[in-house]
Design a protein around this ligand. Structure first.
Ligand SMILES: [Zn+2]
Length: 90
């Protein structure tokens, strides 16, 4: 069976398989996923209203709201800065 593997974008360590299964699309190892929470988390949830009615149509469509998870790039950048500063301290 094929396994999904990925490396942490911050420290380049392998992300463990259970974490990848639990959080598909993650780009952070467990440690950095915890650290990024102080910057608002790894992902942002954006809501978008579905537009299903055409203008002029007599049919009334009740549009739903689609939520989408997008990477929180700003938080990622801040976390990377932190990580690089820590490396300089050593
Ligand atoms: Zn990491």
């Amino acid at each position: 069976m094929a396994r999904t593997v990925a490396k942490c974008e911050i420290c380049r360590e392998w992300i463990d398989a259970e974490r990848l299964e639990a959080v598909p699309g993650t780009r952070l190892c467990r440690e950095h996923a915890e650290q990024i929470n102080q910057y608002g988390g790894e992902f942002l949830t954006v809501a978008r209203e579905d537009r299903t009615s055409k203008s002029g149509s007599l049919k009334i469509n009740i549009g739903g709201v689609t939520t989408e998870r997008v990477p929180n790039q700003k938080a990622m950048d801040q976390l990377r800065d932190d990580y690089e500063m820590q490396l300089d301290d050593d």
